[in-house]
Structure formats: structure tokens, C-alpha cells
Design a protein around this ligand. Structure first.
Ligand SMILES: [Zn+2]
Length: 281
């Protein structure tokens, strides 16, 4: 099955090596077919075992999903409900990540926040990261400087990834278990390194908030809920079971977030708990 054939939506801006994260050029890799082959759609009674506030809240829960390495979609293990989407937020914690975390928390929706190290150089950034982690969100590595990894030497690639894990560990006491390269651009070296660092690497299956036409609250809301981005040549829907949704720490996305989550749920999708995604042991 090849739903959602590859669409290459580059927005035409030049390669950005990271100083200005707002000009991010995330090559959209919509991947091919995030669907799984199972058709059972069992409504697993999603128990929300908020175990407690003790340390063992960090104890690994039984994984119910894994990330498809090719498509970045979320695949059920065994009989987990397949009608889920994963929410991810890149380039955090800048201006809106904490507000977004609060919105999500109030809706009982979990997510992965992919962090850049340059936001952690201020006490304010460190405090935001701590709060987001304390609220139970999953913290991912998005490189220290939002660098375009293929342009760097191996040593620089290593520094971008490992130094951020060290920094994050200093702040929240644990290292990320997920990695997303800026612009979706891994190298063979970073793929291996991420794994050595104990991180599952993922891109995404759709996201629109970094394309100019969708830098608007109403438009991003519509695009994320429908899965369609006709103004960037995606006239069909990429919303399907296991979709891995890319959003950013941006004003329009923050403003639309509550409606996006509601809209996805109204379509019958559950927001997958990333704590239930298989990691590297
Ligand atoms: Zn990014």
C-alpha cells in the first residue's frame, strides 16, 4: 500500500546552517505510507496510569508502538490501537513551547519536544526545559545549534548531538531517547551516532507550519486537522493512522494548538503517548 506517496516540499529557501532557526528549511519528507498492514482497530482502553509523582514515573512503561525507520510513522506493536497520531514540536524551548505544553497538558495530550541547545544557554531556557520535562513531556534532541548536519565534519556532527545530550542531562537528569535532525537531514554518521547515544531517530510524516502560506492560525489549524496542504502541493490528506505530526515553537501554531488537538480527536484519532514508543535499550 502506498498511500501518501513522496512529496518533496522544499520551500526553496537556501540551506541554513542554523544561526536563524526561524528560517528553518525542513525538507518535508512525507514518506511513503505510514500505514500499517493491520486492520484491527481495537480500542484499547487507554489507561492513564499516572503512576505517581515519584521517581519511578520515569520507569519505562511497556512499549506499545515503534517508529518505522523508513517512514517515521508510528506503528502499533501487537494489538495497540492503530488510529493514533504523534505530536512533535521542534525548535524548542523558544517563545511558545511552555504555553504549548500547558495547552497540551490541559487536554491530557502528550508530545515530544525536540530541543535545541542554543535555547538552553539562558536560565530562562533551562527553566522552561525543566518545566516541560516535569509536566511529563518527552524531550528529544534536535542538535545544539540547529545545524544542517551534512555540511559538518564528523567531529562537528558529534559535537552537535552529544553536547546537547550532555546539556540536557545536566538540566533534567536524563538523556534524550529520540533524535530528529534539522531539516530531516541525517548522515550515515549521525544515524549511527544517534543509535550509539541510545536515541531513536525520526523525521515526520507531515507538517505545514514552516511553510509561508501556513504561518497563520486558521490555515495551520485546517492543514493539520485535514492533513492537506494544497498551497504547498499536498492537495491530498496525509492524515492517517500512525501519522507523525511536525509542528514548531511558533506563534500561529501555539494559537491553533488546542483546536488542532480537538480536531484530530474529533476525527477519531488518539494522541499517542510517546512514553509508550519503543526506545533503544
Ligand atoms: Zn527544526
Amino acid at each position: 500500500m502506498i498511500l501518501g506517496a513522496c512529496t518533496e516540499n522544499t520551500d526553496g529557501t537556501g540551506i541554513n546552517t542554523g544561526s536563524d532557526h526561524h528560517q528553518e528549511r525542513e525538507n518535508e519528507q512525507t514518506g511513503s505510507g505510514g500505514q500499517t498492514t493491520t486492520d484491527q482497530n481495537k480500542n484499547e482502553p487507554e489507561k492513564n496510569e499516572q503512576t505517581n509523582q515519584q521517581q519511578e514515573a520515569d520507569a519505562p512503561a511497556e512499549p506499545q508502538y515503534k517508529i518505522n525507520a523508513e517512514t517515521s510513522s508510528v506503528v502499533p506493536i501487537d494489538d495497540a490501537n492503530e488510529k493514533v497520531v504523534l505530536l512533535t514540536f521542534d525548535d524548542a524551548p523558544d517563545e511558545y513551547a511552555l504555553e504549548m505544553a500547558n495547552t497540551l497538558k490541559s487536554m491530557d495530550a502528550n508530545a515530544i519536544f525536540f530541543i535545541n541547545g542554543h535555547f538552553l544557554e539562558s536560565t530562562e531556557g533551562q527553566n522552561m526545559l525543566k518545566k516541560i520535562d516535569d509536566m511529563g513531556f518527552v524531550i528529544g534532541n534536535h542538535t545544539y545549534n540547529h545545524s544542517y548536519l551534512p555540511d559538518l565534519s564528523e567531529q562537528e556532527q558529534r559535537d552537535q548531538i552529544v553536547s546537547l545530550n550532555d546539556t540536557i542531562e545536566d538540566i533534567i537528569g536524563k538523556r534524550p531517547q529520540f533524535f530528529r535532525p534539522p531539516n530531516g537531514a541525517n548522515t550515515d554518521f549521525t544515524k549511527k551516532l544517534a543509535e550509539q547515544e541510545g536515541m531513536v531517530s525520526m523525521n515526520w510524516t507531515y507538517g505545514y507550519d514552516y511553510f509561508e502560506p501556513y504561518m497563520d492560525t486558521e490555515k495551520i489549524k485546517e492543514a493539520m486537522i485535514s492533513g492537506k496542504g494544497p498551497e504547498v502541493d499536498v492537495p491530498y490528506s496525509l492524515l492517517k493512522p500512525g501519522a507523525n505530526l511536525l509542528m514548531h515553537d511558533r506563534e500561529w501554531t501555539a494559537a491553533a494548538l488546542e483546536d488542532i488537538v480537538t480536531g484530530l480527536r474529533d476525527k477519531g484519532y488518539k494522541i499517542v503517548d510517546p512514553m509508550r514508543i519503543q526506545t533503544i535499550e
